[in-house]
Each structure stands twice: as structure tokens, then as C-alpha cells.
Design a protein around this ligand. Structure first.
Ligand code: RP5
Length: 173
């Protein structure tokens, strides 16, 4: 486990099933960095390292973690298994890692039985980015400065669309 931006208290844990998931889960890290949120990157696997996964999840709340973002591909049970070992909110990111294009991971992550929720995002990089933005929204409920940053982020997105409208040209040159 490692704290990325150690200046801030680590409150979000970004966990992934393989180092091959990092290019996707890095999109979550970028957003957390942008908002100045303390986070850690954790590698563990529901299937290949089940004891490590259970221990990590069971200890997370006691270490001060508030939100877990869990990304995995294939038969992606990581988010669900973590959610079954902790009362913390778990956001799942399905990853396109097999010939099924991420549909396997999406269904494995989203189809949780009643009682153990996993807030499942879109497959891939957009899902990882939105997982972090969802964490920002949760944290901003109790953090005025974070809420202001979030408002600024949302406002900039709208202005970017307007700026692109001005540049829209046809035909393509
Ligand atoms: C899943 O299997 C991982 O989350 C990853 O997306 C996929 C493939 O893992 P590697 O074989 O690349 O380690 O458990």
C-alpha cells in the first residue's frame, strides 16, 4: 500500500485486482489529486490473494479510510468481496480485460445480492474517473471547501462545452 499525496490524510483507497488495471484506475487517481484528496493505491485480488483482500477490507475503516474505489476485470468479484468485509461505501469500476470487452466485469460488479451494495460505474476509464468524482461528491457533503471546488469543476465543464461550440466547423478540413 502506498500513500500518493501524503500531505493530506488518506481517506480514499483506490484498490485494483492487478497491476494491469493501473492505466484505467490512474484516471481515478488523477481526479483525487486534482481535488487534493489524500488517497492510497492498493493491489490485491479477490481470487489470487483472498486472505489479503479480506484483511485489507476489514482493516480499512480503522485506518481512517472513508471511501473505497475498487477496480477489476474478468470475473470481477473484488468490489463485492471488499464490500462484504467492510461497512464503508464501495464504488466499483468494471475493467475491460478479456475478450468479453468488460461486460463480464460489469455484470460481476453490479449484480450484487440485496444487503451488500456496490455503487457500480461505467466500464473503463470513464468509470474510474466518475468513481473519483462520486467520492468527491460524497466528501463534499461534509466539506464546504470541497463543495466549492466541485462547483468550480462542474462550472468549467459547462464553459468548455460553450467554448467548443464556438470552434465547431463544417466541413472538416
Ligand atoms: C482481474 O483479472 C484483474 O483485475 C485484471 O483486470 C484481470 C487480469 O489480470 P492480469 O492477468 O493482467 O493480472 O482479476
Amino acid at each position: 500500500m502506498r500513500a500518493k499525496n501524503a500531505r493530506n490524510k488518506v481517506v480514499v483507497s483506490v484498490v485494483m485486482g492487478s497491476d494491469s488495471d493501473l492505466p484505467v484506475m490512474g484516471e481515478a487517481a488523477k481526479i483525487l489529486e486534482e481535488f487534493g484528496i489524500g488517497f492510497e493505491l492498493v493491489l490485491t485480488s479477490a481470487h489470487r490473494a483472498p486472505s489479503r483482500t479480506a484483511r485489507y477490507a476489514a482493516e480499512a475503516r480503522g485506518r481512517g479510510i472513508k471511501i473505497i474505489i475498487a477496480g477489476a476485470g474478468a470475473a470481477a468479484h473484488l468490489a463485492g468481496v471488499i464490500a462484504s468485509h467492510t461497512p464503508l461505501p464501495v464504488i466499483g469500476v468494471p475493467i475491460d480485460a478479456t475478450s468479453l470487452g468488460g461486460l463480464d466485469a460489469l455484470l460481476a460488479t453490479v449484480q450484487m445480492p440485496g444487503g451488500i451494495p456496490v455503487a457500480t460505474m461505467a466500464v473503463g476509464k470513464a468509470g474510474a474517473k466518475n468513481a473519483a468524482l462520486f467520492a468527491v461528491r460524497m466528501l463534499s457533503l461534509a466539506d464546504k471547501k470541497m463543495a466549492q471546488k466541485l462547483d468550480a469543476y462542474i462550472g468549467k465543464m459547462a464553459r468548455d462545452v460553450e467554448a467548443k461550440q464556438e470552434k465547431l466547423k463544417w466541413p472538416l478540413s
